[in-house]
Design a protein around this ligand. Structure first.
Ligand code: C2E
Ligand code: C2E
Length: 170
């Protein structure tokens, strides 16, 4: 999936896929899934209290937090998975051929990796956590509907106290 699209589709700040590119990649993956019948999962995550990070430490630090989040996630996901910046501090991770159990393994790995305190060699200056909404595509479901369900789950993760994962109802 990675090589299939040009660098112009990257988010300028973090190097993640752009929102537009993400929808194109997801639509392309959907074509494949309709044919193969394989599972497709989506993680939507959001940095907890990001406004507070910006307000307290300034936007330059906020930007570096976002950059480091993408670097950390990219080390933890497979080449066929992809991460996109879909909003200011909101990211989507598309997981082809990944069912609910596997998506939960990955979500938990990402949550822990991102919550870990940075060591001296890393660029992040402030600790932060993320809330994650997880959705597994149901039969006939469009990308927009999958996103909506992941977004509802993300809202539940936030409402449940943040730094956690919520799984969408089918
Ligand atoms: P695990 O880490 O507990 O992962 C369990 C299953 O979750 C994997 O089964 C796979 O179906 C899914 N999964 C986990 N992480 C990812 C991911 O980043 N992307 C995707 N798309 N799926 C993921 P699988 O493939 O049979 O792997 C079994 C075990 O083998 C894994 O258990 C892990 O311990 C090891 N493993 C497999 N590939 C790698 C790898 O590239 N790096 C590392 N460090 N371990 C790997
Ligand atoms: P990759 O498949 O692109 O995975 C990139 C990184 O995502 C891995 O780096 C690991 O940090 C994470 N990852 C992917 N799948 C899993 C998983 O199932 N469980 C866990 N815990 N982490 C996962 P890593 O470990 O340095 O591996 C680099 C590359 O080496 C992988 O790239 C893959 O091509 C290969 N590899 C490593 N372990 C396995 C394995 O058990 N089975 C297979 N088929 N390939 C592996």
């Amino acid at each position: 999936m990675e090589q299939a699209m040009a660098a112009a589709n990257r988010d300028f700040l973090t190097g993640a896929w752009s929102r537009r590119a993400f929808f194109e990649l997801a639509e392309r993956e959907l074509v494949r899934v309709r044919r193969t019948g394989r599972a497709l999962s989506l993680l939507l995550f959001d940095v907890d209290h990001f406004k507070q990070i910006n307000d307290t430490h300034g936007h330059a630090v906020g930007d570096r937090v976002l950059q480091e989040i993408v670097q950390r996630v990219e080390k933890e996901i497979r080449g066929m998975d992809c991460i996109a910046r879909v909003g200011g501090e909101e990211f989507a991770v598309l997981l082809p051929e990944t069912d609910a159990a596997a998506a939960m393994v990955i979500a938990e790995r990402l949550r822990l990796t991102l919550a870990a305190v940075p060591d001296a060699a890393q660029i992040r200056l402030v600790p932060c956590t993320v809330s994650i909404g997880m959705a597994v595509r149901t039969e006939q479901e469009s990308v927009a509907d999958l996103m909506r369900r992941a977004d509802t789950a993300l809202y539940q993760a936030k409402a449940g106290g943040r730094n956690r994962i919520a799984s969408a109802a089918a």
